[in-house]
Design a protein around this ligand. Structure first.
Ligand SMILES: Cc1cc2nc3c(=O)[nH]c(=O)nc-3n(C[C@H](O)[C@H](O)[C@H](O)COP(=O)(O)OP(=O)(O)OC[C@H]3O[C@@H](n4cnc5c(N)ncnc54)[C@H](O)[C@@H]3O)c2cc1C
Length: 375
C-alpha cells in the first residue's frame, strides 16, 4: 500500500489503542495514517480474550470502563461496524471464606462508584448459574459485563477507519521520528524501515509492548513492563454457560461465544520477553488455569482444547492507563499500557482524540497522563 506523503495525524500501532483514536479522528474529517510494523491487529489486540468486565477493574477506572462498554455497544451506530459485542452480564465467583470477604469489599467499592453490582449467596448464585461447580460459595452479578470478539472487531475497525478515509497500513515499521521547524503540517517526519516518510502535524504512540521504543525516538522515557498472558480456546460445544465468569481469588476469565467455543484465560503468565521476541506457554501455569476453570464450571472438562497461545500485554508500573501528551510537545501523544486495555481503549481513544482536536479538553484525565512518571 502506498503511504501518503502528508497526514494531519500519524498513529504508530494498529491495535485497539491506535484504531480507537483513528476512528473518531477520521470521523472528524482529519487525515490519519495508522502504521503497523506487522499486519494490523496482529499483536496483543489480536491475541486477547475480549472480556469487557467491569467487576475486575480497579476503582480508578470504573467510570471509564462503563463509558467504554457503552462505546463498544454503540460501534454499529457510531461507525457502522459489527464488533462481535455481547452483553450477557458477568458473575464473579468466590470459593473460600477469605475470597467471600474480598468479594464483599470489592462490591462495596463498586457500588460506591455508582456501579450496579450485587452480592449473591450460594443459593442465588446457583439459581443464575446452575452450571457452577460445588466449590463456588458465592458470587457477584453485574449485568453490564460484556465481551467483544477480537476476531471480528479487528477487521471491522480497520474497515471502518478506511471507510472514513483513514490509511491503515501494515508492514510499515517506524524507525525514526524527526522533529522539524514549526510549520504546522511538517512538524514531524515519520520514517519507516522501507524508506517511506510521512510528514505530520501530530504523532500518536500506540505501539503497545513497543511503546517505550517509540517514546525513546521522541526523546521521552516511558516506564512500562510487559506481561506474557496465556489464553486457551476449546472446541465448539452446545451452550454450557451464559455469563462472563471471573474469579475474585483465582486468576480466571471464562466465556462461551455464540459459536460455542469457550475462551479460558484471566492473566496466567507464560514465558518470554519483548527483547527476545518470544512468547511461550508455561505448561504448569496452563494446567493451573484449566484446573481453576474446571473447578468453577465442571462441564468444561468434557471439551477438547483447540489451541493455547501467549501474547504481550504492556502494563504501566501502577497498572493504570497511560494516555495524554507525551513529554513537553503538545503535538505528541500516547495511549496504552492499561491493564485490560482492550476493554478501556474505546473510551480512552475517544477522549484522546478529543484532546488532540480540541485544546480546551486537554486538562481532563490528567491522572493517566505520562507526566505522572516524570522525574
Ligand atoms: C492473551 C491476552 C489476553 C487478554 N485478554 C484481555 C481481555 O480479556 N480484556 C482486556 O480488556 N484486555 C485483555 N488483554 C490486554 C489487551 O489485549 C491489551 O491491553 C490491548 O490489546 C493493547 O492494545 P494496544 O493497541 O495498546 O497494543 P497492541 O494490540 O499490541 O498494538 C500495538 C501495535 O503496535 C505495533 N508496533 C510496535 N512497534 C511498532 C513500530 N516501530 N512501527 C509500527 N508499528 C509498531 C505492533 O505491531 C502492534 O500491532 C489481553 C492480553 C493478552 C496478551
Amino acid at each position: 500500500m502506498d503511504l501518503p506523503k502528508v497526514a494531519d495525524i500519524v498513529i504508530i500501532g494498529a491495535g485497539i489503542s491506535g484504531l480507537s483514536v483513528a476512528l473518531p479522528i477520521a470521523k472528524a474529517g482529519l487525515s490519519v495514517a495508522v502504521l503497523d510494523k506487522n499486519e494490523p491487529w496482529s499483536d496483543a489486540s489480536g491475541a486477547n480474550a475480549g472480556t469487557l468486565s467491569i467487576q475486575v477493574k480497579r476503582a480508578e477506572v470504573l467510570s471509564l470502563i462503563y463509558e467504554s462498554i457503552e462505546r463498544w455497544k454503540r460501534m454499529p451506530e457510531d461507525y457502522g461496524i459489527e464488533v462481535g459485542f455481547g452483553q450477557p452480564g458477568g458473575i464473579r465467583v468466590a470459593t473460600t471464606e477469605a475470597e467471600y470477604n474480598q468479594l464483599e469489599k470489592s462490591v462495596e467499592v463498586q457500588k460506591n462508584k455508582g456501579i450496579d453490582v450485587r452480592m449473591l449467596n450460594r443459593e442465588a448464585v446457583r439459581q443464575l448459574g446452575p452450571w457452577l461447580g460445588p466449590n463456588v460459595m458465592a458470587g457477584s452479578l453485574c449485568l453490564y459485563d460484556s465481551y467483544s470478539n477480537p476476531l471480528v472487531a479487528g477487521n471491522a475497525m480497520v474497515a471502518g477507519a478506511r471507510k472514513l478515509g483513514g490509511v491503515i497500513a501494515g508492514g510499515n515499521r517506524v524507525s525514526e521520528i524527526r522533529r522539524n521547524a514549526m510549520s504546522d503540517i511538517d512538524r514531524f517526519s515519520i520514517k519507516t524501515v522501507s524508506g517511506d516518510t510521512i510528514h505530520a502535524s501530530h504523532v500518536v504512540n500506540a505501539a503497545g509492548a513497543w511503546a517505550g521504543e517509540i517514546s525513546s525516538m521522541l526523546g521521552v522515557k516511558l516506564p512500562m513492563e510487559v506481561d506474557v498472558n496465556m489464553l486457551t480456546v476449546t472446541e465448539p460445544s452446545p451452550p454450557i454457560f451464559n455469563r462472563v465468569v471471573t474469579h475474585v481469588g483465582g486468576i480466571l476469565s471464562l466465556k462461551q461465544l455464540p459459536n460455542g467455543t469457550c475462551l479460558i484465560g484471566g492473566g496466567w503468565q507464560g514465558r518470554g520477553s519483548v527483547s527476545s521476541g518470544t512468547k511461550n506457554i508455561d505448561y504448569e501455569r496452563f494446567l493451573h488455569n484449566m484446573r481453576v476453570a474446571a473447578d468453577v464450571i465442571p462441564k468444561i472438562r468434557d471439551l477438547h482444547i483447540l489451541r493455547t497461545w501467549a501474547g504481550f500485554e504492556a502494563v504501566a508500573p501502577d497498572a493504570l492507563p497511560i494516555m495524554g501528551q507525551l513529554g513537553e510537545d503538545d503535538h505528541v501523544w500516547t495511549l496504552g499500557c492499561a491493564r485490560g486495555g482492550y476493554s478501556l481503549a474505546p473510551a480512552l481513544g475517544a477522549r484522546l482524540a478529543e484532546m488532540i482536536l480540541n485544546p480546551s479538553k486537554r486538562d481532563t484525565l490528567l491522572q493517566f497522563s505520562p507526566q505522572r512518571f516524570a522525574p
